[in-house]
Ligand binder design. Structure first.
Ligand code: FES
Ligand code: FE
Length: 459
């Protein structure tokens, strides 16, 4: 039985129904629940804030949001990345009013308190002579600091200083994520500042979709498959589309990735002779998006042989990191012979019960040739960007679900996650995690809600 009971007597069990695998639409609008989510999820889990390539030099900073908490992400004189709450401890003004830049000192415009990029208090005007004097310990006057972890150069932070390490938080999904984010010697770089737009929906509408909802592709993105944008053709779109089959990987932390067979996707466009080929030969035939032939040896240096073998045959392509990240590593060729290669991350940042900021990060390997970076950027913008053809489909649906969540009757409708087949290890599979082979189904998204339940119910 859940410990969490809202003021009107509704318990978490009334909202997330673990017996029947349903979720009440009320979860999308309830304000009390939203406030609890901010404390129990967004102040507790690791959140994505950007990439270290955005702030290469000491003093470089970007300003981002950890849900509704605004933070300064800055590189200190020590070379490390620091994340500090952008709230002046004096009277609560925002200390840094810019979005990005380089500063040795961040000074609050209200009364002039000054802070280092790492959040430490430096001083205030006439502080020693006429204000605090020596009575107050300066260490107590700094900005509130978050715990930071860099993963493949991605900047993650959490307010949960004593909570799980980042690796513990990632759990079994790390093996698969490493194949996307930690595969070359110099790693990834962000292609320009992230794109952003705001949508009128609760963060959990796109959030639960990022729990590897492969099924919606068949219908919502059908026109893109018909047009060959998403690696399908008019003849094969229905349930034969290769993007619908693979191995969905998930874990109890709520993260998931859909691993899709590269060979099947490519076979639709050209006869790719995979039979009897080694991993290296397969990689040369496919060259995963963003990887040039020259970079292939680096894959073997940075990943295990099993990880590279997976990348060459059934690479992780789309999924999410709980609570609010979508991962899209688009591998599909286009019917015009080009590649739809893109690597992007979306962060769905809550801005109130009915508002979400969609922050889209676009990547390429640092060592990729300039032309390839331009192609990746273009592909990402066309496909998974804020105005991309894929995201326009999704952004069409989410606000409508939200409207439905408000009706006196419709608010009590339940979302059904009953296409559950249970996990099963395919023969010869090497990585860990909960594995769901075959046609995509509801299991990974239901795991997303179970992770949500656990965090919300924790005391
Ligand atoms: Fe920042 Fe007073 S609020 S110096
Ligand atoms: Fe979609």
């Amino acid at each position: 039985k859940s410990k969490l009971v809202l003021r009107d007597g509704t318990s978490l069990d009334d909202l997330i129904m673990r017996e029947s695998n349903e979720v009440s639409l009320r979860v999308m609008t309830d304000e009390e629940l939203y406030k609890l989510e901010m404390e129990k999820i967004f102040a507790k889990t690791w959140l994505l804030l950007g990439h270290e390539s955005e702030i290469p030099e000491a003093g470089d900073f970007i300003v981002r949001d950890m849900a509704e908490d605004n933070v300064i992400v800055a590189r200190g004189q020590d070379g490390d990345v620091h994340v500090s709450l952008n709230v002046c401890p004096h009277r609560g003004m925002r200390v840094c009013l810019g979005e990005a830049g380089n500063k040795r000192v961040h000074q609050c415009i209200y009364h002039g308190w000054a802070f280092r990029p790492n959040g430490d208090f430096i001083g205030a005007p006439v502080e020693r002579e006429k204000m605090h004097g020596n009575d107050v310990d300066k260490k107590t006057l700094g900005l509130k600091k978050a715990r930071v972890h860099l993963y493949g150069g991605l900047i993650f932070a959490t307010w949960n200083v004593d909570g799980p390490s980042f690796d513990e938080y990632l759990g079994d999904i790390k093996y698969y994520m490493d194949q996307l984010f930690c595969r070359t010697n110099r790693g990834l770089e962000l292609l320009g500042p992230p794109q952003r737009f705001t949508l009128p929906c609760n963060w959990k509408v796109p959030g639960e979709q990022s729990g590897s909802d492969g099924f919606h592709t068949l219908t919502l993105h059908r026109s893109l498959m018909e047009g060959g944008v998403m690696g399908g053709t008019a003849e094969t779109i229905y349930d034969q589309a290769p993007g619908m089959y693979g191995v969905d990987v998930s874990c109890e932390q709520g993260h998931s990735l859909r691993c899709l067979e590269a060979e099947k996707t490519f076979k639709m466009f050209a006869d790719v002779p995979f039979e009897g080929k080694s991993t290296r030969e397969r990689l040369e035939l496919l060259t995963p998006p963003g990887i040039t032939k020259d970079m292939i040896p680096e894959l073997f240096e940075n990943l295990t042989e099993d990880q590279v073998a997976q990348l060459a045959t059934i690479p992780p392509q789309v999924g999410g990191m709980f609570p609010n990240i979508l991962i899209a590593f688009i591998f599909a060729p286009r019917t015009d012979g080009g590649s739809s290669g893109a690597l992007s991350l979306h962060a769905y940042v809550p801005k109130g019960p009915d508002k979400v900021e969609f922050v889209n990060y676009l990547f390429a390997e640092k060592d990729a040739p300039e032309q390839m970076k331009r192609d990746m950027l273009q592909n990402s913008i066309w496909n998974t960007g804020t105005s991309g053809v894929i995201e326009q489909d999704d952004a069409d649906v989410w606000p409508v679900i939200m409207k439905n969540a408000r009706g006196a009757v419709s608010k009590d409708m339940t979302l059904k996650y009953q296409a559950l087949h249970g996990h099963e290890r395919p023969e010869g599979w090497v990585g860990e995690g909960l594995l769901y082979p075959g046609f995509t189904k509801d299991d990974t998204q239901w795991n997303w809600w179970l992770a949500y339940y656990d965090l919300m119910d924790a005391v």
